[in-house]
Design a binder for this molecule. Structure first.
Ligand SMILES: [Zn+2]
Length: 163
């Protein structure tokens, strides 16, 4: 009898986790930046996900999405980043030793939360703010705390999903 072998076109773990991070980013209401993150256990189980947005109960329609102007009238004091949301959304206990996938390199505020949550590895895609003070500080924090971080190796695979 002919042996049936497994299919060959399946996506890799990295594609899977960066893929769900990109899918999470599509939930963001931010007109300029959509970021998604997912936290994965050592056994490759997804523990939590997040995207950038206002905290629960804070209206997406009433609060500002502007990037310029009086600071209290910009989005910056109100938005929770995807990494922070993924950490705070987790209600299952400890995130010690886990891995975080995120579509954009974390800012320094999220870097602090990542370290304190016990996350040990960060896999990022875009690093468009490389060299900015927040980005430099985040990398400095990760280096000091022994957080491993590396850029996702894009495969160029296109995935089409009917929704
Ligand atoms: Zn952040």
């Amino acid at each position: 009898m002919e042996k049936i072998r497994k299919r060959s076109g399946y996506i890799s773990w990295d594609e899977y986790f960066m893929g769900v991070s990109k899918l999470a980013a599509m939930r963001s209401k931010d007109p300029n930046t959509q970021v998604g993150a997912c936290i994965v256990s050592l056994e490759n189980k997804i523990l939590s996900m997040g995207y950038n947005g206002f905290p629960n109960g804070v209206s997406d329609d009433e609060f500002p999405w502007a990037r310029e102007g009086d600071e209290v009238d910009t989005k910056y004091p109100y938005v929770t980043h995807s990494e922070m949301n993924a950490i705070l959304n987790y209600r299952g206990g400890s995130l010690e030793g886990t891995k975080l996938y995120v579509t954009l390199f974390p800012c320094n505020e999220c870097a602090k939360a990542i370290i304190q949550a016990g996350i040990k590895t960060v896999v990022y895609d875009d690093d468009k703010y490389d060299g900015t003070p927040s980005n430099v500080a985040a990398k400095r924090l990760f280096n000091a705390a022994g957080i491993r971080y590396y850029r996702y190796q894009a495969t160029g695979r296109k995935v089409e999903i009917d929704l």
